[in-house]
Design a protein around this ligand. Structure first.
Ligand SMILES: [Mg+2]
Length: 164
């Protein structure tokens, strides 16, 4: 399954504040940004279960900078979509949304924004919105991922292939 993550206020402190992963000197030399505590084990667990990890953000950070942020923490991401790529891709579609994961082949998008949840209902894509007070956010994600039946993914990708 292709799983994408938002960045700000989900994996990186913004308005919402979280405990962060411990970092060494090398990490701090490579990036000034810190990842939310739990990100590392979550990504490693998802990878061990055979999932692909994407980043889908409305920020203008370059894909290189985003990859470097994760690499500095000993993690890799398969694909990165920032606002520039989103704007280029959605231009041709009859969709007005801040995020539209199906156009990037994403099966499940994880975000902190209730607005993205509303867009998901309106445009029919699968998302999981993590609440700020969810202290067990990584367990919430792993549970949601394991509950998605493979058959529904297949149907969804067939449906999406007619759209794009
Ligand atoms: Mg966010």
């Amino acid at each position: 399954m292709n799983i994408s993550f938002d960045l700000d206020d989900l994996l990186i402190n913004g308005v919402k504040r979280f405990e962060v992963e411990k970092t060494g000197l090398l990490t701090r030399m490579l990036t000034s940004e810190q990842l939310r505590l739990g990100t590392s084990i979550l990504f490693k667990t998802l990878r061990a279960r055979g999932h692909c990890i994407y980043i889908y953000t409305t920020s203008l950070r370059s894909p290189f900078r985003i990859r470097l942020l994760f690499w500095a923490h000993g993690l890799s991401v398969d694909k990165v979509f920032n606002k520039t790529l989103h704007d280029q891709r959605i231009w041709d579609l009859p969709v007005t949304a801040s995020k539209y994961p199906p156009m990037f082949g994403i099966d499940l998008h994880i975000d902190d924004s209730e607005g993205v949840g509303i867009e998901a209902e309106k445009f029919g894509f699968r998302t999981l919105i993590i609440k700020e007070q969810d202290r067990h956010w990584t367990a919430t994600i792993l549970e949601a991922v394991s509950e998605i039946p493979v058959a529904s993914l297949l149907l969804f990708s067939i449906h999406a292939s007619f759209l794009f």
